[in-house]
Design a protein around this ligand. Structure first.
Ligand code: ZN
Length: 580
């Protein structure tokens, strides 16, 4: 009896421990939705009460409350009373630094508290709809600097254009005038995954690896679907612009559309593996009423029409007015001058066939084809991009579009060099479509960005002579790294294929690459920018800044800033292409 009292009584009089579940350096736009979750443990019982205050001590509880969800027994500690309050879809109407103090009092009469600050950036209401700008965000999944270099060397050295070390021809993304470097670390790891990195630009906040626009809470240890889908969330820029500013929204990818990178524009879960629910969220909406996107193009048909809940999401979208296409032929049959209002095209049950295999090129002996007899007629990313832009810009609407080359990463995980590099080239051709579309439609200015979500370990090593027996242009992570059979000096001699516009891979001198691992790396990734406000994107900065920079450009008059471009042109250096 005595021992028992000694053990229990300190807990009886200890103050409750309180945590406001918001990530480090939480930032929002005015009117951007977020969920506020307060977690308390060490309580005498679960009748404890919560008071929310500002920095002056003013009671904010009624401003937020009542809580949408109140739960007990969330954390894994047995014999400890805990309680959580969740306030859904909150927002701040004004800019500034906002303080939230959460104070929890239990029946012992003691209380504990936690304080968090939130930085709120103003997003001006755009009075004149003609002022609204478009945004196209191109993502090469894992397309770090070496991947861009590899894409340039293979696709731009053709026809003798690589002369004495000079390139006459740059990639589309290289031609964009401004370049920045973006740090991609996740909330809990130096090396990120594709879910948290996309969440960073989609919402402006960091989260843990594997999470989409949601951040950790104290019941994640359960691992159940309910626990994965109840986490506090930040609204995405796609949802925000659609809900408040009349933007058309779209995602285009070669991955399943419910895969991490495209999912992050419109879905919310602590675990990216919830792909059926991600597809459901696209259709049902989370902060929007109804679908969050006007255009969805990519792979992943399975999550739409072969689902655990028997819903046919494709059919549902068709009944909501979406035009459905299932293959390249029907996509390209859509009239460019009279596009559909809304467009859904899922061209594969899973990840789409990669560029190299769509071209019908013969894979090197150490790589395997992704060609599928079930899906013989799949479009190229540039074709999907063209149709997406035509649909989104119909009737002069402003739009925001994310276009992803998804298999740069997927092929790189398997150290499949040809698969990876030709996918970089495919994305670059899509970037060309986006840049041309922006130039051809100057009435509404378009910011074009091209970057990666994170890096991977491929490096450009040199050149091999493919006629040398045992020549190896692809050093896998497991191979010794110091010896490159068939290595020669000089330059590669790739040729374009007139029929496809892509380089062939049957030339003698080929670029050699090496992979250090099968995984992502922690290096920052380059970002190229063109269009209104593009000079804001220079320097070295965090991936969460991308969200606030994009928002800043969309809600600001960038005319003065953009005059800098004219001044830059006046200071051009002498052209190295002096007459041939
Ligand atoms: Zn990956």
């Amino acid at each position: 009896m005595h021992v028992c009292l000694v053990a229990v009584s300190p807990a009886l009089f200890a103050a409750p421990e309180v945590r406001i579940a918001l990530p480090e350096r939480c930032r929002l736009l005015t009117r951007q939705y977020f969920d506020l979750r307060v977690e308390a443990h060490g309580l005498t019982d679960t009748s404890a009460s919560l008071t929310l205050r500002d920095e002056l001590g003013n009671d904010l509880t009624s401003r937020f409350g009542p809580a949408d969800e109140v739960t007990a027994d969330n954390d894994p500690t047995p014999g400890d009373f805990d309680k959580s309050w969740v306030f859904r879809a909150e927002s701040y109407p004004t800019e500034g630094i906002k303080t939230i103090i959460a104070e929890v009092r239990d029946t012992s009469g003691t209380s504990g508290n936690d304080t968090r600050k939130i930085g709120v950036q103003r997003f001006k209401t755009l009075v004149r709809p003609t002022n609204k700008k478009n945004l196209i965000l191109f993502i090469g999944d894992a397309m770090g600097q070496n991947y861009r270099d590899a894409g340039r060397i293979v696709s731009r050295s053709t026809g003798g254009r690589f002369r004495e070390g000079f390139f006459d021809d740059l990639l589309e993304m290289d031609r964009m005038p401004y370049l920045g470097m973006v740090m991609t670390h996740s909330l809990n790891a130096l090396v990120p995954d594709s879910a948290n990195t996309a969440s960073a630009w989609a919402t402006g906040n960091k989260t843990v690896n594997g999470a989409l626009n949601a951040f950790p809470d104290n019941n994640d240890w359960r691992g159940t679907p309910a626990a994965q889908l109840d986490n506090p969330r930040f609204e995405t820029l796609w949802s925000y612009l659609r809900r408040l500013h009349g933007y058309k929204t779209g995602i285009v990818t070669t991955a399943p559309v419910s895969d991490a990178t495209p999912a992050a524009e419109g879905a919310y879960t602590i675990w990216r593996g919830q792909q059926d629910d991600i597809a459901r969220q696209f259709v049902d909406g989370t902060f929007t009423s109804g679908p969050v996107f006007d255009v969805i193009l990519g792979g992943g048909r399975r999550q739409f029409n072969s689902r655990f809940d028997q819903r046919d999401l494709l059919q549902e979208l068709v009944s909501l007015g979406y035009t459905r296409v299932d293959d390249r032929t029907s996509l390209n049959a859509l009239a460019q001058h009279e596009p559909p209002d809304r467009l859904i095209g899922l061209f594969h049950s899973d990840t789409m066939t990669v560029t190299y295999d769509k071209l019908g090129h013969l894979r090197p002996a150490d790589e395997s084809s992704t060609a599928s007899s079930a899906f013989p007629d799949q479009p190229f990313l540039e074709e999907m991009t063209a149709r997406a832009l035509a649909t989104l810009s119909k009737n002069g609407s402003p739009y925001i579009l994310m276009v992803e080359g998804g298999s740069v990463d997927k092929q790189s995980h398997g150290n499949q060099a040809a698969g990876t590099i030709w996918d970089v080239i495919e994305l670059d051709r899509a970037i060309g479509v986006g840049r041309n579309f922006a130039r051809a439609n100057p009435k509404r200015p378009t910011l074009v960005l091209a970057t990666a979500d994170h890096n991977q370990s491929m490096q450009v090593l040199g050149v091999v002579d493919s006629t040398v027996p045992g020549a190896n242009g692809n050093v896998h992570a497991e191979d010794p790294y110091y010896y490159l059979p068939g290595s020669v000096g000089g330059f590669p001699d790739y040729e374009d294929d007139a029929a496809t516009g892509y380089p062939r891979n049957d030339n003698r001198y080929r670029m050699a690459v090496g992979f250090r691992t099968h995984e992502h790396t922690a290096s920052p990734v380059p970002l190229s920018a063109e269009g209104p406000g593009a000079s804001l994107f220079t320097g070295v900065w965090d991936q969460t800044d991308l969200f606030f920079k994009m928002a800043r450009v969309l809600d600001s008059d960038t005319t003065k800033l953009d005059r800098l471009e004219k001044e830059r042109l006046k200071l051009q250096i002498v052209d190295q292409n002096y007459g041939e």
